[in-house]
Design a protein around this ligand. Structure first.
Ligand code: PLP
Length: 391
């Protein structure tokens, strides 16, 4: 039977799409080379650069975040180049294995997934690399599988302190528009993002913000590329997209940028932080009776866009997810080696207090029905926090 009521989508991506964005996307087809569309297109590029906080280059692709990952690697490197990927979880592993498949040497900076990387080990790896064989650092700003963030300014500072010329590549796929990110100020050379998370759009395009320094590296790169080639793109009016431009998504992007600028980036970050903290208060409460607990063990690294929750030993996160799904609530599952062990609550994008409380309430019902130990009343803890911090 078709479930009644609104679907509560609490997976950390894709995310909820505001009604006004959905309506904007429902646009008839127009000529993507025509003056009316080009005006919208140019305004969208300028707006997206403001969200990335960059005045440098931006290349866009019709494809999900993986497309931007691949485009970034193919445009910056040559076969056999070495990159250093900071281990954060499933997505750092996947980006690293993609780089290996493309013919790069991938050095991993290992880290405990629950505690996060030791920045001292990063400085040591950079100091060891006296020959500057490492061409770039790959950093997943917000690791969507573990719900932990990387401190990008600290990584920039480690590079500067070591006098190391490696590029800094940041995956902002689940941080942009929900967690503070500043491409130019933080000296990020390649910032990878996608449409379907903080930008509140359907899956469909992804992009890379590219610094002047990275453009110089691109000029020397020999990995094969064509559809993703930045040089090929620069020859086109749109300076992106080899092929047909995803027109409808630009009508949606124009509206989502309007919403973002109306609310203001600072307010958006504050809203995300407050809703995330409500989720954390709830989970900390549940953990009281040997219940599910926050997966991340370093409080200052916990993500404001997604919370990963570790199940008590012997209990399956997938059964809980199935139970909660009967109430028309979609939780995120554990990825890679965390499959069955964690579930995830996405709290990014178009979200408010009742949506968070509804998700937490359904999850607490699920815990009870599945016989999973927990301290009841987590939702009360979240409500108390939200009441205390009401704007
Ligand atoms: N990087 C991060 C941090 C992600 O969260 C995701 C997807 O969730 C990806 C990369 C891959 O993006 P996509 O699934 O859009 O290809």
């Amino acid at each position: 039977m078709t479930p009644r009521g609104r679907h509560f989508f609490a997976n950390p991506g894709p995310t909820n799409i505001p009604d006004s964005v959905l309506q904007a996307i429902a646009h008839h087809t127009v000529d993507f080379n025509g003056p009316d569309f080009l005006e919208i297109y140019d305004a969208c590029i300028a707006g997206l650069k403001r969200v990335l906080r960059t005045k440098q280059h931006l290349f866009m692709y019709t494809g999900s975040g993986h497309a931007a990952w691949e485009a970034t690697l193919a445009n910056l490197f040559s076969p056999g180049d070495r990159i250093l990927v900071i281990e954060t979880g499933h997505f750092s592993e996947s980006w690293g294995s993609m780089a290996r498949d493309l013919g790069l040497q991938v050095q991993s900076l290992p880290a405990d997934w629950r505690r996060g990387v030791d920045y001292g080990a990063l400085s040591a790896a950079l100091a060891d690399d006296r020959a500057h064989a490492i061409k770039a650092i790959g950093a997943v700003h917000n690791e969507t599988s573990t719900g932990m963030t990387l401190d990008l300014p600290r990584i920039r500072a480690a590079l500067d302190a070591a006098g190391h010329p490696a590029l800094l590549m940041a995956d902002t796929i689940s941080s942009l528009g929900s967690i503070d990110f500043r491409m130019d100020e933080w000296g990020v050379d390649a910032a990878v993002g996608g449409s379907q998370k903080g930008l509140m759009l359907p899956v469909g395009f992804s992009f890379t913000g590219v610094s002047e320094k990275a453009m110089a590296a691109h000029a020397k790169s020999t990995l094969p590329k064509h559809y993703f080639g930045w040089t090929q793109m620069l020859a086109r009016r749109h300076r992106s997209f080899i092929g047909t431009v995803p027109i409808a998504l630009f009508y949606g992007l124009r509206e989502s940028l309007r919403l973002i600028e109306e609310e203001g980036l600072e307010n958006i970050l504050a809203r995300h932080h407050r809703l995330a903290e409500a989720v954390r208060r709830c989970v900390r409460h549940w953990s009281g009776n040997n219940g599910p607990q926050l997966f991340g063990l370093a409080p200052e690294r916990l993500s404001d866009s997604v919370t990963s929750i570790l199940m008590p030993e012997g209990h399956d996160a997938e059964s809980l997810r199935r139970r909660v799904a009967t109430m028309n609530v979609a939780l995120g599952g554990g990825l890679g080696r965390l499959g069955g062990k964690v579930f995830r609550i996405g709290h990014l994008g178009d979200l408010n207090e009742p949506m968070v409380l509804g998700t937490l309430g359904a999850t607490e019902i699920g815990l009870k029905l599945e016989g999973i130990p927990h301290a009841a009343g987590g939702v009360d803890a979240a409500m108390a926090y939200l009441a205390e911090t009401a704007p």
